[in-house]
Ligand binder design. Sequence first.
Ligand SMILES: [Zn+2]
Length: 125
Amino acid sequence: MKSRKPILVLLSRIRRLEQRRAELLEILLVPEPFLKASLSLVHRTCGKPNCHCARKPGHPAWVLATGSGAQRRCQVVRQADRETVHERVENYRDFRTAMRELEAIAEEEKGLLKGLMEERHEPYE
Ligand SMILES: [Zn+2]
């Protein structure tokens, strides 16, 4: 008869991962809108020859980039929308982070379950 200790260690790790998975799902299922995009701050010139931006630095503007490759689209964010856009891009980032963590949990659990399979195997002699 094998010792049950390794199995108990595996089980408690799996239970902790499942708790974390439940927390992550709570985050993922919050119905907040998000923007699948990235934001970057650029400095642009306005074209007026006497403006300070004709030399440097230019006027700051937030640019929202969506899509990739040929579908890539860049838009300047209106001042009035700045806060909302930032929040929604952040929601999207948080969502992706939670999804990556869920994937890592699934991977780790798979490994642990394989370990459990080995531990529980009792050869016929
Ligand atoms: Zn200017």
